[in-house]
Design a protein around this ligand. Structure first.
Ligand SMILES: Cc1cc2nc3c(=O)[nH]c(=O)nc-3n(C[C@H](O)[C@H](O)[C@H](O)COP(=O)(O)O)c2cc1C
Length: 326
């Protein structure tokens, strides 16, 4: 038995317990396929596939299937804000099942409907959580594993460290995946040694040949240090991890006072979240391809510290596996 033989690799039928996490707007078909093809598993972000990269959802999945026959996953962001969005998500899940997807990563909200929908097909659902109370909710919804998003993660970071989350969540007896702060093979091996069943990486996979982000965005990740990562509320209304640029310095990281009040108030918070979701979707789509970064946000987490070159995504998976084999 090696470090690579974990409940995650066994459940998904993959070789290396490395997940290329869903990334809006950075998940493009070539990136997802490259990670899966190398023995890890790439996660499709449906809105990134369709809205950012311009594919019809089924065509995008078919493209990935042409690039690799190995397992892929899909991210299901469960938001309460709009019925049209939820209907669309349900359709995406059904279409993913038809295309042979069996691994689903849910984020936010109650994952029960996803668990129920994929059960008959043998689907497996892991739920992103930042703390114990969300884990309890996910487990009540029937999920099969937890992705512990820690305080070093890209995207919407949590507030607890990888060690604290392991302690908080181990008692549930479900496989735990470490998300956040892993940029190199040493970090991967350390997470497995700690007791995690796998890792979920975002930032590391942006600085790859296959990711369609602007070269300047990738270079910013390669050159950034941990201290260059800041949390801003201005994109999505809740703290989002981005690289500190002159633009971020100029506009600050807090929302305006009215928006902050509306985001907290019971009657206005859903409306305000929808406003932010729509605005941020456009802003992040633009920033993916924008080389200037003059008035845009480049999302990244503290794993930038371990990232020193743009490389093929498959080589990351292979290097990690080699390090774990010792
Ligand atoms: C640019 C970017 C976009 C992300 N978008 C999503 C998303 O749409 N859905 C989601 O569940 N997680 C999202 N995440 C979180 C990642 O899936 C993953 O958990 C996180 O990046 C791990 O931390 P790391 O960046 O330090 O590796 C995003 C992360 C980044 C860096």
């Amino acid at each position: 038995m090696t470090l690579l033989d974990t409940p995650l690799t066994r459940a998904l039928g993959i070789e290396v317990p490395v997940i290329c996490g869903a990334m809006f707007p950075c998940s493009n078909p070539e990136l997802v396929a490259a990670v899966s093809d190398a023995g890890g598993i790439g996660i499709v972000q449906p809105l990134s596939l369709t809205f950012v990269h311009g594919y019809d959802f089924q065509d995008g999945l078919a493209l990935i299937r042409r690039l690799t026959a190995r397992p892929i996953g899909m991210n299901v962001l469960i938001e309460q804000s709009s019925r049209a969005y939820m209907d669309r998500m349900r359709r995406f899940v059904d279409q993913a099942l038809e295309a042979g997807v069996r691994f689903f990563v849910t984020s936010l909200g109650n994952p029960r409907w996803v668990v129920d929908r994929v059960r008959d097909a043998g689907g497996i659902v892991y739920h992103d959580v930042t703390e114990r109370k969300w884990a309890e909710k996910g487990i009540a919804g029937g999920v099969h594993g937890l992705i512990a998003v820690n305080n070093r993660a890209g995207g919407h970071a949590g507030g607890r460290s990888a060690e604290q989350l392991l302690e908080d969540l181990s008692g549930f007896g479900l496989p735990l995946v470490c998300a956040g702060g892993i940029g190199d093979a040493a970090g991967f091996v350390a997470a497995l040694r700690m007791g995690y069943a796998g890792v979920q990486l975002g930032t590391r996979f942006i600085a790859t040949d296959e990711c369609r982000a602007a070269p300047e965005y990738k270079a910013a990740i390669v050159h950034a240090e941990e201290k260059d990562i800041v949390l801003t509320e201005r994109v999505t209304g809740v703290p989002l991890s981005v690289i500190r640029t002159p633009y971020v310095d100029r506009v600050g990281t807090r929302t305006g006072r009215v928006a902050r009040w509306m985001l907290r108030h019971r009657r206005t918070k859903h409306f305000m979240r929808t406003v932010y979701a729509l605005r941020s979707a456009w802003a992040l789509k633009r920033s993916l391809m924008d080389g200037g970064g003059s008035n845009d946000y480049w999302q990244a987490g503290k794993s930038v510290a371990g990232i020193d070159a743009v490389v093929p995504a498959g080589s990351i998976v292979r290097d990690f596996a080699a390090a774990a084999r010792g």
